[in-house]
Design a protein around this ligand. Structure first.
Ligand code: PTJ
Length: 242
């Protein structure tokens, strides 16, 4: 891993990139995962690279929903495993949720490597390898999942997810929660709760936050995030002219 000096103004961001590059080298993260992260970084710029109030509220609501669920499952892909392996295991413990490796670019080798990474970070059981069920409406291996895991879950946390899969899970009647920096993505628009925050901040926040049990309107929250981005761009535009 390249040593990034802590004095570098973009230290946190560069360190996060290095984790993903290391994930690719270890065979955990797909190469496409690097591109997906770049898109995420762009939206992170628009919110000022910090957790905004709307995201905090969605994080707290997501925790409340997962705590209330009968069979909550956290879906883990190659980016999640590279960026927050220890925190995602802690979150699963807090929420009494199952962890399932569920990949877009699925190979048995990647599934096993991610399972190993999660176990090295304290996970006792990891679902995903069995793949004895299929999410209806998804072609090829994208639809594979575990009967005891995602297939029978009532609430699924799907961070950094492909829009088709989020929709297919919603069509199965599941409550879906996503973490996605892009408020315009199909996942963001489909999920019942959308957390527009960087996963490196969102998951640790969710390990510690107070659950929010009141009413929550996801569309209202998303709209307010887009307004926030527009206002922020407006004030940055004024600053440039000074
Ligand atoms: O490991 P695999 O094979 O399952 O593949 C995982 C990726 C992420 C490559 C795959 O699911 C994919 O292609 O995803 P998408 O459709 O590019 O969507 C990823 C979404 O996550 C995009 O909307 C990004 O803006 C967002 N995103 C990227 N990095 C982050 C992020 N959101 C939060 N935190 C991030 N660090």
């Amino acid at each position: 891993m390249v040593e990034v000096p802590e004095s570098h103004p973009r230290y946190e961001s560069l360190k996060t990139r290095e984790l993903l590059v290391e994930g690719v080298e270890k065979g955990i993260t797909s190469k496409a995962g690097l591109i997906a992260h770049g898109r995420g970084e762009m939206f992170d710029y628009l919110i000022g690279e910090e957790t905004i109030e709307q995201a905090k509220k969605a994080e707290r609501k997501a925790v409340a929903d997962m705590l209330d669920a009968e069979n909550p499952v956290i879906s883990v892909n190659g980016n999640v495993a590279a960026l927050v392996p220890a925190a995602i295991v802690s979150l699963a413990e807090r929420l009494d949720a199952k962890l399932e490796v569920n990949l877009f670019h699925r190979t048995d080798e990647r599934i096993e490597k991610i399972e190993k990474e999660l176990k090295e970070n304290g996970a006792k059981k990891v679902y995903g390898k069995k793949a004895d069920a299929k999410i209806p409406g998804l072609d090829h291996d994208r639809g594979l999942c575990d009967k005891e895991g995602i297939f029978s879950a009532d609430v699924v946390l799907v961070p950094l997810e492909d829009g088709d899969r989020t929709k297919a899970l919603a069509d199965m009647g599941k409550r879906t929660i996503t973490i996605d920096l892009n408020p315009l993505s199909r996942s963001a628009k489909t999920a019942d709760i959308t957390i527009v925050d960087n996963i490196v901040r969102a998951v640790p926040n969710m390990c510690d936050c107070e659950p929010f049990y009141d009413d929550f309107d996801d569309a209202e929250n998303l709209s307010s995030i887009l307004d926030f981005m527009c206002e922020r761009l407006g004030s940055l535009s004024k600053d440039v002219k000074k």
